[in-house]
Design a binder for this molecule. Structure first.
Ligand SMILES: [Zn+2]
Length: 625
């Protein structure tokens, strides 16, 4: 049938994909709204309405009816440990989004029963005691009862890890094991380790314990990474900037993602950073890297973006807000050498810094190099986190052309932050409005997977509402962002950190065809519903990489998760829950509506002789005939 009286012709440049009947938010001030767009060769070839895209529909064009849903540019998490997350995804039981500790422990018990001997149950971040109705951590007794024989390791933020008795045995902790520097093995009256490990304030003890659990073989690492990227696509993510991290060595731990890129199997664009792993050897590593690889190496799917988020270990201020701020020693000499080396070799960097005390010291080093004409020397650079950065430091960052990448770590650690520093400090942590008022480039993200969850809608909710997962409002009124601003930080913000703002983060002609159609309208849903948004269709470079509900079956299936005992095969990733606060009848109504919508779409497709959901899409939407 014709649409608005128009029929497709035989265009010279037919679109590969057309999306119509959408409420498109483009991020483009020149054309903020549209209802249709066309894609050719991975790029957007038209933005407008049906009249603009119909002439581009040819016999092989796939046409997707968005059923009036909201479409936005693909999300870009500017600080995600995506490479490490991918290598471990299928090994981890995720408590992300689980509403009660009771449910979390039931999952743990089930997973312990289905985990083979020699393997561990690992819950590695992405959750907080604040999210549970019970508002507490599990006890060690509860872990031992849930898993009498299977080692269990539960990481809570950067604060602590809980090990059951079997894990203490497997990790080899005894009364004679000394506390490492910056870490505490808590002991009972008998001198034996209880199972509680504390970051005091460094998290190395926690991570080195986790590293004692078996890793995956290469085939499973590749599968794990592919499933993790699809899990991110589930929420509308199309890009991420990897912040490297502890136990992520270059080049060893980058091999899996590089091979997937070579095979064209990435479903998320990744810009990555290189992070020296060994204290005392940082300059050796950086010197080797600047002479062997270059920022920009790679392509639009996988590209080196510089050094960081650590340059030297001694300059890193761990953010355990239940402990006092760490007092760093004199790190400037080595740090200055590292920054000088990077600047002279055309390497930008990102730098982890939580507290203004650290940021001021870093800035003094940068200003010294700037006085020599060496900083930033045409290189992109940014601070990561910056929860307590002061107005004065923001002025200095702006003067040096720096950017800031912020994460919703206080969604998960807000209670601890308030307890230590007070509500007025939390109201400005981080000072988003002050950053934006100075014209700084600000990008948003999560710091997943070991601290925050990777769910971008939890982070967007925090930017908009200022609330932690506990429900407590942290941010001052002036420090909350509009939904448009928050989305801009989550799309264009990240693109600016990789120098891709001309092709990414906006839905304009010539941009990458990276976009998502949402399960609910981000701009109009009640604020408490924002964390429950998911994508129903995610497109990266014109390829459909995720489809659900009425778009079920449009994305190619991945090979099954291996190993078969993986928690992901039983529980998936982020826990899907109905929005809280909805009355039972309202909630039932929503479910019925959603079911009706997908039933309607199914019937509509069936009536037109199209493949059933799950059997792939029709190449051409018959609406155009
Ligand atoms: Zn960091």
């Amino acid at each position: 049938m014709p649409v608005a009286g128009l029929r497709p012709g035989t265009p010279d440049q037919p679109a590969d994909l057309v999306i119509r009947n959408a409420k498109v938010h483009t991020n483009d001030p020149g054309r903020p709204r549209a209802t249709a767009l066309a894609v050719r060769d991975g790029l957007i070839s038209a933005v407008g309405d049906d009249a603009d895209v119909v002439p581009l529909v040819g016999p092989d064009t796939r046409v997707v009816d968005a059923l009036g849903r909201r479409a936005v540019p693909g999300l870009n998490d500017s600080h995600l440990h995506v490479i490490r997350g991918g290598l471990n995804y299928v090994l981890e039981l995720r408590w992300d989004g689980v509403p009660t500790l009771r449910q979390a422990l039931a999952m743990l018990r089930t997973q312990a029963e289905r985990t083979p001997p020699g393997q561990w149950v690992r819950v590695v971040g992405g959750w907080s005691a604040d999210q549970f109705a019970e508002r507490r951590l599990p006890t060690l007794d509860e872990l031992n009862a849930a898993a009498p024989d299977t080692p269990v390791f539960v990481l809570h933020l950067y604060q602590s890890a809980l090990l059951n008795r079997a894990a203490l045995r497997a990790a080899g902790f005894t009364r004679d094991t000394p506390d490492p520097v910056g870490g505490q093995i808590v002991r009972g009256h008998d001198g034996e380790p209880t199972g509680l490990l504390i970051a005091a304030p460094g998290a190395l003890l926690l991570y080195s314990t986790l590293a004692k659990a078996p890793a995956l073989d290469e085939a499973d690492r590749a599968g794990s990474t592919r499933h993790f990227l699809r899990e991110l696509n589930r929420f509308g993510l199309t890009s991420a900037i990897d912040a490297a991290g502890g136990f992520q060595s270059f080049p060893e731990n980058y091999g899996t993602v590089m091979e997937l890129a070579r095979q064209g199997q990435l479903t998320l664009r990744i810009a990555y950073h290189l992070f020296p792993q060994t204290a005392g050897q940082e300059l050796d590593d950086l010197t080797r890297w600047v002479s062997t690889v270059r920022p920009g190496d790679g392509d639009a799917w996988l590209r080196l973006n510089g050094a960081g988020e650590n340059l030297t270990w001694a300059a890193a201020d761990f953010e355990n807000f239940t402990e006092p701020r760490p007092h760093l020693g004199g790190y400037e000499t080595e740090f200055e050498k590292a920054v000088r080396l990077l600047m002279e070799n055309g390497w930008g960097f990102r730098l982890h810094a939580t507290y203004d005390e650290t940021i001021r010291r870093d800035l003094a080093v940068f200003e010294k190099l700037a006085a020599e004409g060496l900083f930033p020397h045409g290189n992109r650079w940014l601070f990561d986190h910056a929860e307590t950065v002061s107005p004065d430091s923001l002025d200095r960052i702006a003067a040096l052309g720096g950017a800031v990448s912020v994460q919703n770590r206080l969604s998960f650690q807000g209670e601890a932050f308030v307890n230590r520093y007070g509500a007025p400090a939390a109201a400005e942590a981080p000072p988003l409005r002050a950053m934006l008022n100075r014209g700084l480039t600000v990008a948003a993200g999560t710091d997943a997977t070991r601290v925050s969850s990777y769910n971008p809608w939890v982070a967007l909710h925090w930017l908009v509402s200022g609330r932690a997962v506990s429900g407590r409002r942290l941010a001052a009124e002036h420090n909350r962002l509009s939904r448009e601003q928050a989305l801009e930080l989550y799309t264009l913000g990240g693109a600016r950190l990789t120098g891709e703002e001309d092709v990414k983060g906006r839905l304009t002609v010539g941009s990458y065809a990276d976009l998502t159609i949402l399960s609910a309208d981000y701009f109009t849903v009640p604020e408490p519903d924002i964390p429950h948004i998911e994508s129903v269709l995610t497109v990266v470079g014109g390829r459909i990489v995720h489809g659900t509900q009425e778009h079920q079956g449009l994305a190619p299936d991945l090979p099954a998760v291996t190993p078969s005992w993986s928690p992901v095969t039983r529980f998936g990733g982020y826990h899907a829950t109905p929005a809280p606060g909805l009355a039972g009848s309202h909630q039932a109504e929503r479910v019925a509506e959603a079911a009706a919508a997908s039933e309607e779409q199914r019937a509509w497709r069936e009536a037109r002789g199209l493949a059933l959901p799950g059997q792939g899409a029709a190449p051409l939407d018959p609406c155009f005939f």
